[in-house]
Design a protein around this ligand. Sequence first.
Ligand SMILES: [Fe+2]
Length: 199
Amino acid sequence: MSNSYLLNRENFGNPNNMGQLMELSEAEEILRNWVKNEKLVFHMQQVGHLMKSYAGNKGYDAYIQKLWYLSGLLHDADWDQWPDDHCRKIIEELESRNQDPRIIRAIASHGPRYFGVEPVSEMDKMLYAFDELSGFVHAYSLMRPQGYDGMEVKGVKKRLKDKSFAAQVSRDDIADASEKAGLPIEDLIQFVINNQLRM
Ligand SMILES: [Fe+2]
């Protein structure tokens, strides 16, 4: 990706919209209208599911779980139709719909190297951490005869070292996200194995 993805912004959404989130049906409608690529829809559902599971594990309330879920479900919503305007388009859409600024900021910081926005909150950091790793573990599950059954952290780590496997997944981003989240990569991988939404 080129520098054209830089958002050149520091503030996202309106603080007055804290506590305001769309219904799940509205989010699903955005995906139906914007994303024709079924694999991309499934990727976002997987990341959304991991985010919700993580927030649930932490004991956060239903609203916060929905906030985390929607950040994952919508984070790449503009990638299919507006690849050159990735992130900017969904951010502006969520702003125009007066969504909670926390979800907009999390989406804006899900690729700090590309968008130029650092993840700050725990939700920001976990979206960044789960994004690439979820896709990577999914790719690994597809090449294993048993899928997720019996999958181990060490198997995932071995594939991470094999640069020819799922070569489009940035190992640098995975390592950087794990460091920013302050969580060992092994713990993140184990969480993804345990909680990933399966086909
Ligand atoms: Fe993604």
